[in-house]
Structures are given as structure tokens and as C-alpha cells.
Design a protein around this ligand. Structure first.
Ligand code: ATP
Length: 388
């Protein structure tokens, strides 16, 4: 986007993290991630007590002397075109949000929407993070889904509550256990400059403690007013019922897709005792992903590589392929192949065996219960559609 958009939104001035350097080992840290420096932020255990007097120690070497915090800018900067001068400086977007404010009148007029309505967008964002890591928790290039929900001023607090509840439900509906989720209200000292109120949805990461998945902010009319002032373009909405023009207020849920996916993976992963083909039990690794999140929905498995089975198994695979993401696997024992699909979260396996040639039916096996059901090939697509 034009760098002037990032100037108007306040990012050029204020999109920074406080950086400190350990005077002993010279490692650099985000000051607000060192307990004792600041109020606890996302990624930290909110139950820890904060003693602003306590000297934080370096997570790397244990010493307690740091440089003074300085503001480190998080936006990646580059040059557009052949000339590297001030006039050609551009930035990689650190969030997807601003385009939806700038485009608000165009979207509203072309789609002929009345308030309340939302514009939602998914895409890459880039931040020059001081300390990336913790698997895919903090990346320098990541995926965001954001929505700007435009509402009549005065109804904003109500809509904020609505979206907090709705977004929380989205995670539990897709399989995250309630006890691993919590809401965290931003205190006055950490509230962003544009926000009237902000609430994070946090997940209990096993390697980190509570960490932010999503922020839901009441951004008021801050952004529309800022972009209007900077561009001179009218960003008001004409409310026909009330017969007046005004700037809508905005509720914004901002989700990190990679982070959410990490939480879904962690919550779905389990190792359990299952009956073994040899008798007794054995360990079974299951990724119990919700069927909507499972990358592969169905695996087609001939009982063996026998030439009587393979053509029918291929035929079944071709039948299902246009409908779902499917896998075909004929390598190794059937028990091992079931385990492999369990481990990558495939909800259903379809097995072609020696009876298939005579009864034109296959066995459908459920990942979670391991229950098996005989289904005629003729009804297979319908059967799978019901279960998926
Ligand atoms: P943090 O305090 O963890 O740096 P933030 O409060 O700056 O995050 P937002 O600007 O609110 O994050 O971004 C919305 C969402 O985008 C976050 O809740 C998170 O899920 C995701 N996100 C932000 N930064 C990163 C990153 N570096 N890597 C992966 N996801 C990220």
C-alpha cells in the first residue's frame, strides 16, 4: 500500500516494540516479555505478579543488567522501483486491516450494505519480530484473518460483546477444549492508542503458558477519521433511516491463522492405548482434528497390493477424489496404514477387501472410535457426505 496509509494509521510512528540488550551476553529481548519490566503481555502467564522494582534477569545468561528500552520498529522497509531514495520507500504490511478501512466506502457502495456489516480478509502479514520462535507461535511472515465490523456508534459495546462470544465459540466448535481457552482484558497501560476496549482470546500453550490467539478490539471511528483527515476523502456513511451522515464505529477480531492452527494441532493430539493386532494393547497416536480442519478427509486402502483388489480400490479412489481431499495408500500392513492415517488426522478410511468383488461394498473405519461399517460402493459418496 501507499506508505501514506501507514502514516495515517499511526503505524509509522507507533508500531514498535521495546527492545533491550543484555549488557553481559548482548542478546536482545522484547522488554515486555521479560517479567519485571512491564505488565505481563500475551505470551506470558497473566497470573504472575508484577513487581516493577524487581530486576529482570536475562533468560540467556542470568545476569540482570540491560540497556535502557528503545523503540524498535516492526515494519519491514524496502524500495519500490529502480531508485533507492526516500520517495520510493515502501513497507510490507504488518497487518491486513488498513486496506479495509481505506476501501470502506467502495465496498459499502458497490455491495449496497447497510450497517452493521463486516469486511473480512485473509492474507500474509510481515513483522520484523525481535524474538521469533516457539514453533510457529511467532513468525516474521505469517497469515492473518481480520474483520472490520462497521456498526452504528452507540451500539459498539454490544457488538463487541457479541463478537467476543462468537469468536470464542468458533474455537470450541472446531474442537479446542474450553479449559484451554480464556479471555484477557487489556489493562489501561497496554491498550493500543486506537482502542476503546480490547480483549484477547488466549490458549494455554504447553511450552509457553497462556498466549494470544486473537485480539478483539473496539477501534471506534479512529481509523476512518485518521484516513479521512490524511486523504481528504469522505469516509462517512449515510444512514437513510436516521437521515444523517456519520463515521461508523468498528469492532475488529484479528486472528493469527498459524497460531490458531498450532493450538488446534496441540489440542487434537493424543496418544492412547488401543487393541493390538497381535493381542493386548499398543500405543496409538491420534490427531483428533475436527473433520473441517483435517487436511485429508478420506483415505482409500486396499487390504493388500493383491491384483484382485487394486483396480477396485483405484476405482473407489477416483469416485471420491472429485468430492474430497483423498489419500491412497497400499504400502505396508493394513493396521499400520490405519495408524498412519490416525496420526495425520484423517477422519475416515475406506478399505477394499476380498469380499468387495462379490458384494460391491467397502469397509468405512472411523478414526476416533475405530468402529467399522460395511457400505455399498453405490452409496459411498452419500454416506461419507453425511459423516463429513
Ligand atoms: P503479540 O503481543 O504476541 O506480539 P499482537 O498483540 O501484536 O501480538 P495483533 O497485532 O493483535 O498481535 O495481531 C493479531 C493476531 O495475529 C495475534 O493474536 C496473533 O495470533 C497473530 N500474530 C501477531 N504477530 C504474529 C507473529 N509474529 N507470528 C504469528 N502470528 C502473529
Amino acid at each position: 500500500m501507499s506508505p501514506r496509509v501507514w502514516e495515517a494509521s499511526g503505524h509509522l510512528e507507533a508500531f514498535t516494540d521495546p527492545l533491550v540488550e543484555c549488557l553481559n551476553c548482548h542478546q536482545r529481548f522484547r522488554a515486555d516479555h521479560l517479567p519485571g519490566f512491564h505488565a505481563p503481555q500475551s505470551g506470558h502467564d497473566g497470573t504472575e505478579t508484577v513487581d516493577m522494582q524487581a530486576a529482570p534477569t536475562c533468560p540467556n545468561c542470568g545476569q540482570d543488567r540491560f540497556t535502557e528500552p528503545r523503540n524498535f520498529h516492526l515494519m519491514f522497509k524496502t524500495f519500490m522501483g529502480p531508485v533507492e531514495d526516500d520517495a520510493s520507500v515502501v513497507y510490507l504490511r504488518p497487518e491486513t486491516a488498513q486496506a479495509m478501512f481505506v476501501d470502506f466506502p467502495t465496498v459499502q457502495q458497490t455491495s449496497r450494505k447497510k450497517l452493521p456489516f463486516g469486511i473480512a480478509q485473509i492474507g500474509r502479514s510481515f513483522r520484523n519480530e525481535i524474538t521469533p520462535g516457539n514453533f510457529i507461535f511467532r513468525l516474521r511472515e505469517f497469515e492473518q484473518m481480520e474483520m472490520e465490523y462497521f456498526v452504528v456508534p452507540g451500539t459498539d459495546e454490544e457488538w463487541h460483546e457479541y463478537w467476543i462470544a462468537e469468536r470464542l465459540r468458533w474455537y470450541t466448535d472446531l474442537g479446542i477444549r474450553e479449559e484451554n481457552l480464556r479471555l484477557r482484558e487489556h489493562g489501561p497501560d497496554e491498550l493500543a492508542h486506537y482502542a476503546k476496549r480490547s480483549v484477547d482470546i488466549e490458549y494455554r500453550f504447553p511450552f509457553l503458558g497462556w498466549g494470544e490467539l486473537e485480539g478483539i478490539a473496539n477501534r471506534t471511528d479512529y481509523d476512518l477519521r485518521r484516513h479521512e483527515a490524511a486523504s481528504g476523502v469522505d469516509l462517512t456513511y449515510f444512514d437513510q433511516e436516521r437521515g444523517k451522515r456519520y463515521h461508523p464505529y468498528v469492532i475488529e477480531p484479528a486472528v493469527g491463522v498459524d497460531r490458531a492452527m498450532l493450538a488446534f494441532l496441540i489440542d487434537a493430539y493424543r496418544v492412547e492405548e488401543a487393541p493390538s493386532a497381535k493381542g493386548g494393547t499398543e500405543k496409538r497416536t491420534v490427531l483428533a482434528l475436527d473433520r473441517r480442519l483435517a487436511p485429508t478427509k478420506v483415505a482409500v486402502l486396499p487390504l493388500s497390493r493383491n491384483e484382485q483388489l487394486v483396480p477396485t480400490a483405484r476405482e473407489v479412489f477416483d469416485l471420491l477424489k472429485p468430492h474430497w481431499m483423498c489419500d491412497y495408500d497400499d504400502a505396508g500392513s493394513i493396521g499400520r496404514r490405519y495408524r498412519r492415517q490416525d496420526e495425520v488426522g484423517t477422519p475416515l478410511c475406506v478399505t477394499v477387501d476380498f469380499d468387495t468383488a462379490t458384494d460391491r461394498a467397502v469397509t468405512v473405519r472411523d478414526r476416533d472410535t475405530m468402529a467399522q461399517e460395511r457400505v455399498p460402493i453405490e452409496r459411498l459418496v452419500e454416506h461419507l457426505r453425511e459423516r463429513l
